[in-house]
Design a protein around this ligand. Structure first.
Ligand code: UDX
Length: 453
């Protein structure tokens, strides 16, 4: 069975490759000729663990191919996935659907009767029906089906998330498309992975609701971390204690510098717009967005306060990506924090294991681009950890201390234990754990921290 996937971004490339892994023949289509010619040589445009190997393996097996020609790309496919980008529209925060609609218009002339067009891009309620209208208008005699099948994969774990998902959500409005999707996801159905069939709108909303809820969990725990700093409580223990309640769940309760990435910030804005357009309240989503925006600025203020002032000082910023194990810097807290430090007169030395190339495109000003941690730290007045890369968690602290002018480390990912850092002679500032620094020892130290002590 042949599948075509339009769009070779995170979702498109991972989905297409993973479908070949599930045994299908897949053609990935993208207008970007340079990207396609690189992909044909198995050069992957993104840093995603495990993806390159799968691309190579399935290209060798003849199951995976790439083209910039839409017509030939969809020729033999009965199922066409649209996985193009839906960036935030500059005007009003809504999802910009122009790429999705353009893809729908273009395929209308080339697909066969009874084809199934699957929307994998994250799209607002009603988009699948609009796509249906666009294809029908462009090719009135065509018999086709439209399906909504949102993707829940996380960057950095995309391959695993795709092949072993917690669930698959599929919105359909015909028996034929239901049967076609059952065939595609049969390997997962056989493994008892929940494959949930809904109507088109429910499927579309489920994706936004899931992302907004996770974003809310993060915004909530960040608020609790601030409260910990004021009250003397310890956020690590609060998260742990909350998360053990299965009704709450332990995931997405890690405090940090504010959520970023290509999804949470974009999808919360889009959800707010969807609610507004439908005349529904979105107070919770609204406050999640506002709290997260404020948090990134608050993190910059925290760094400035820790330094007394940053004017004329050199700060080493460790981490630029929105989280570890990705090269993606979109909406990363670093992109708010670093310009704020520069605005206040600091010179910022930056280093990230995989995010330097992408960050160079968006950061400017008094920034020094470093080749490694040592270069960033050497002679800097203080350091700040923005992304939780393992490389930072495993730094030799004695060396860090000797490289810095003053042993001031602001850790926006709580990578170290405050007690250990104090003993190591650091002025260590982290999130929601002030009390530990003031002498209150945590009773339940994290195993990694215990090992290091
Ligand atoms: C997210 C969703 O998890 C995924 O299901 C969806 O398909 C796309 O959006 P992703 O953007 O790859 O995935 O990142 P994720 O791992 O969810 O992290 C998002 C942001 O939240 C990051 O900035 C991360 O640092 C932050 N985060 C996450 C926290 O601050 N604390 C946490 O406990 C978890």
């Amino acid at each position: 069975m042949s599948i075509a996937v339009i769009g070779t971004g995170y979702v498109g490339l991972v989905s297409g490759t993973c479908f070949t892994e599930m045994g299908f023949d897949v053609t990935c289509i993208d207008k970007d000729q340079t990207k396609i010619s690189r992909l044909k040589k198995a050069q992957i445009p993104i840093y995603e663990p495990g993806l390159k190997e799968l691309v190579k393996k399935n290209m060798r097996a003849g199951r995976l191919s790439f083209t910039d020609n839409l017509k030939t790309g969809v020729k033999d496919a009965k199922t066409i996935f649209i996985a193009v980008g839906t960036p935030t529209s500059e005007n009003d925060g809504s999802a910009d659907l122009s790429y999705v609609f353009a893809a729908a218009r273009e395929i209308a002339a080339h697909i066969e009767n009874d084809s199934v067009v699957v929307i994998k891009s994250t799209v607002p309620l009603g988009t699948s029906r609009k796509v249906k209208g666009i294809i029908a208008k462009a090719n009135p005699r065509l018999k086709f089906h439209v399906v909504s099948n949102p993707e829940f994969l996380r960057e950095g774990r995309a391959v695993k998330d795709f092949l072993q998902p917690d669930r698959v959500i599929i919105g359909v409005d015909s028996e034929k498309s239901l049967a076609a999707m059952q065939r595609i996801y049969q390997p997962m159905i056989s493994e008892n992975i929940p494959v949930i069939f809904t109507d088109l709108e429910t499927s579309e909303l489920t994706k936004y609701a899931a992302n907004a809820f996770l974003a809310a969990k993060i915004a909530f725990i960040n608020e609790m971390a601030d409260l910990c700093d004021k009250s003397g409580a310890n956020i690590d223990d609060v998260s742990h204690g909350m998360g053990l309640d299965p009704r709450i769940g332990k995931d997405y309760l890690k405090t940090g510098p504010g959520f970023g990435g290509s999804c949470f910030p974009k999808d919360t804005l889009a959800l707010r717009k969807i609610a507004f357009d439908l005349g529904a309240e979105s107070e919770i989503v609204e406050s999640v967005i506002a709290a997260n925006d404020k948090r990134k600025i608050a993190m910059a203020k925290k760094i400035i306060k820790a330094n007394g002032e940053v004017k004329g000082k050199t700060i080493a910023a460790l981490g630029l990506t929105f989280k570890a194990d990705t090269d993606d810097v979109r909406a990363s807290a670093a992109l708010t924090i670093i310009p704020e430090l520069v605005k206040n007169g600091a010179k910022v030395r930056v280093y990230d294991p995989h995010g330097m190339n992408n960050a160079r495109k968006v950061l400017s000003g008094a920034i020094e681009w470093c080749d490694d941690v040592t270069q960033a730290l050497k002679g800097a007045d203080s350091a700040v950890i923005i992304t939780e890369w393992r490389e930072f968690a495993e730094m030799d602290l004695a060396k860090v201390k000797s490289l810095l002018k003053k042993p001031l480390l602001v850790d926006l990912r709580n990578l170290f234990h405050p007690g250990d850092m104090k003993k190591a002679g650091f002025n260590y500032i982290s999130l929601g754990r002030e009390a530990v620094l003031q002498g209150a020892e945590t009773r339940n130290r994290k195993p990694e921290a215990r090992k290091k002590a």
